[in-house]
Write a protein that binds this ligand. Structure first.
Ligand SMILES: [Zn+2]
Length: 399
């Protein structure tokens, strides 16, 4: 045998060995890996469109069969009120969304169970079920009332983004006019009350000044439940490296958003030009559709038509954002918060829905992450930051 053949055989042998090591590591990790996604927006579809978690769908991005295939251990359902709801209906709409989601969980008790604490997540995961948690999107939904904030906590809300897309009465949004120079005094009181309750302060969506003010005001580590990296896609909705370092220094965690318009600058620029026309087309269609049962299907087809006009973005973009965050602040401060079902179908190829999380375990194996780092990114970091918030609440209660 020539030396060339020996060399070729060795190389092929090594490649096979590496391959089996990757798939073995993946299989081994998936046996008990806790996978947590901190932001999925399915609740509105459950309430408005009769979307059933028990059934597998060929549209939208989350249901129980696909969560099962994705080995998901815990999921935070985002509760938000669309901007076209008048202010006087915000609290009612929020309560109806919370109820709708909780009822849907109750109907599927063999597969999914509400969790209120980090320990609940571990217990439910140990029982072989999916833990469901709630996060509120937009501080305006408390209607400037701390009693309402406390009621939301009692109903299971475990984080709250201080703003949504619009600046509210006490905090500035990254996508609106800044009028409070960050946070008002009342905004600081809201944060104090969230700390006392053990509700995590979520800085996704807020302006830079609000971010720094929130980290300073919070006694517990804050999270960004669904944000990506400005170093790779420079838009105000993403986080700068300086913000990442401040977040990590305070013990916080950033959970990476999969919205293609937040991952890729070309897609972001194209989306900025197109989204108003898309939203108008959907609003016009819904206005003339009455109770036509096909109206949601029509909405999705309009969304897909606009999505097809954006640059193609795939799973490698998600991995680059995860890797950038981990290289900048350490794998102890990074997680995943996909924003599935909240991005009008603008999801990357290769991670189209919740069944694809194992590919986000394989990706970091391929680029050299340790099992410990992967466990932290996929779920352990959420447990740690949630426990830290629970500990602050106990401390403030004098327990
Ligand atoms: Zn959001």
């Amino acid at each position: 045998m020539s030396s060339w053949y020996v060399l070729a055989a060795l190389l092929i042998g090594n490649a096979l060995l590496a391959q089996s090591t990757t798939s073995e590591r993946l299989a081994h990790l998936l046996q008990d890996l806790l996978i947590v996604d901190t932001h999925v927006d399915t609740a509105g579809y459950v309430v408005d469109e009769g979307y059933q978690l028990a059934a597998e769908h060929h549209y939208y991005e989350a249901d129980i069969p696909r969560l099962r295939r994705g080995h998901v251990g815990a999921i935070f359902f985002g509760i938000y009120v669309a901007q076209d709801y008048p202010q006087e209906t915000w609290v009612t709409r929020t309560l109806e969304l919370i109820d709708g989601l909780r009822e849907e969980v109750r109907r599927n008790a063999n597969d999914i169970e509400m969790a209120s604490t980090a320990e609940d997540i571990l217990r439910i995961h140990g029982d072989g079920k999916i833990a469901a948690l709630l996060g509120l999107e937009g501080g305006q939904l408390i209607s400037d009332s701390l009693p309402v904030l406390r009621d939301y906590y009692r109903l299971g809300i475990r984080y709250m983004t201080l703003t949504h897309f619009k600046t509210n009465d006490w905090a500035d949004s990254s996508t609106d006019q800044a009028v409070h120079n960050g946070l008002t005094q009342y905004g600081r009181e809201v944060i104090q009350e969230m700390n006392r309750l053990g509700m995590m302060v979520d800085i996704s969506h807020v302006s830079d000044k609000t971010f720094y003010a929130a980290v300073e005001a919070s006694r517990a580590p804050v999270i960004a439940s669904h944000s990506s990296m400005r170093a790779l896609c420079n838009i105000p909705r993403n986080m700068s490296d300086e913000m990442l370092k401040t977040l990590a220094h305070a013990g916080g965690v950033v959970f990476i958003n999969f919205n293609t318009a937040y991952l890729d600058e070309n897609a972001a620029a194209q989306f900025a030009r197109l989204h108003a026309a898309r939203d108008r087309e959907i609003a016009d269609m819904l206005a003339v559709s009455g109770s036509n049962p096909r109206r949601w299907e029509l909405k999705r087809s309009i969304q897909q038509r606009y999505k097809a006009q954006l640059s193609a973005v795939d799973i490698s973009a998600v991995l680059r954002h995860i890797d950038h965050a981990a290289k900048t602040i350490g794998a102890d401060h990074v997680g995943i918060g996909s924003d599935f079902d909240g991005v009008s179908g603008m999801v990357p190829a290769g991670v189209e829905d919740v069944s694809k999380y194992p590919m986000l375990v394989k990706g970091p194996i391929d680029i050299g992450y340790s099992d410990a780092d992967i466990r932290n990114i996929m779920g352990e970091n959420l447990l740690r930051v949630m426990r830290a918030n629970e500990a602050v609440a106990r401390e403030m209660a004098g327990k």
